[in-house]
Design a protein. Structure first.
Ligand code: ATP
Ligand code: MG
Length: 223
């Protein structure tokens, strides 16, 4: 049986339980052998000046995946020169894992933005796409986006949550537990001096506190 490998790219600034739970459910529902988290070294879509260092984001990822042998990290985007483009990372991951079946995990917000990504149509040739609800996305919307932007030959396959294509890989809508957690929200809470416990792993919560990451003015209301 070929290795079934999930790839979850992102800024992870910081990693939170929304990422981890979605990865867990993708492994569970789709029978994946593991998920690789691929932090972006230079995220093409984000203002780099506000992002904490790669080293800090990597360390938080290490803490978050510790104890789960099916979760791993990839420094592929650090090793490749220039901006981090998903298509390059996926191609390289395929080369480094010969014979593996790749499942590109993507939140629905990011999925609907894929038509702005560099060489995005290639992504649909390199990996199956797993769209994770966050908090809501419809199968028809996903189909509509793929038909409009990638190929008119995509079709839904009955009730399976799959969108199939005669040549390209399928797209799958993951019925994951929707957790409305974002890194933006975590950063805002820290900046306001509020608790992020139970939004991120305890080890990540401690790391952020010890390093003073994301800290800002204390915004606690005068009550
Ligand atoms: P930010 O708020 O800074 O954009 P984020 O929470 O969206 O951070 P990213 O690092 O941008 O985190 O996300 C990486 C990937 O994980 C994206 O595909 C995103 O859609 C997905 N993702 C993030 N949070 C969730 C969540 N709560 N549930 C499902 N998928 C998620
Ligand atoms: Mg995001």
């Amino acid at each position: 049986m070929p290795l079934r490998l999930g790839i979850l790219g992102g800024t992870f600034d910081p990693i939170h339980l929304g990422h981890l739970r979605a990865a867990e459910e993708a492994m569970d529902i789709l029978g994946l052998d593991g998920v690789k988290f691929v932090p972006a070294a230079v995220p093409p879509h984000k203002q780099t000046s506000n992002i904490v260092s790669f080293e800090n984001r990597w360390r938080m990822l290490e803490l978050a995946v510790a104890g789960n042998p099916r979760l791993s990290l990839s420094d592929i985007e650090l090793r490749m020169p220039g901006k981090s483009y998903t298509v390059h990372s996926l191609r390289r991951t395929g080369e480094e894992n010969p014979g593996a079946e790749l499942f590109f995990l993507v939140g629905c917000d990011a999925f609907f933005d894929m038509n702005s990504w560099y060489d995005f149509r290639e992504i649909f040739k390199l990996a199956r796409i797993v769209v994770m609800c966050r908090p809501e996305c419809g199968l028809e919307e996903i189909l509509g986006f793929a038909v409009a932007n990638v190929s008119g030959l995509y079709k839904t396959a009955s009730e399976t949550g799959q969108i199939r294509h005669p040549e390209l890989h399928s797209i799958y809508k993951l019925l994951n537990t929707r957790l409305d957690i974002s890194s933006t929200r975590v950063r805002e809470l820290v900046a306001e001096g509020r608790s992020i416990r139970y939004l991120v792993p305890d080890s990540v919560w401690s790391y952020i506190g010890e390093r003073g990451l994301y800290a800002g003015a204390d915004g606690r209301p005068d009550f």
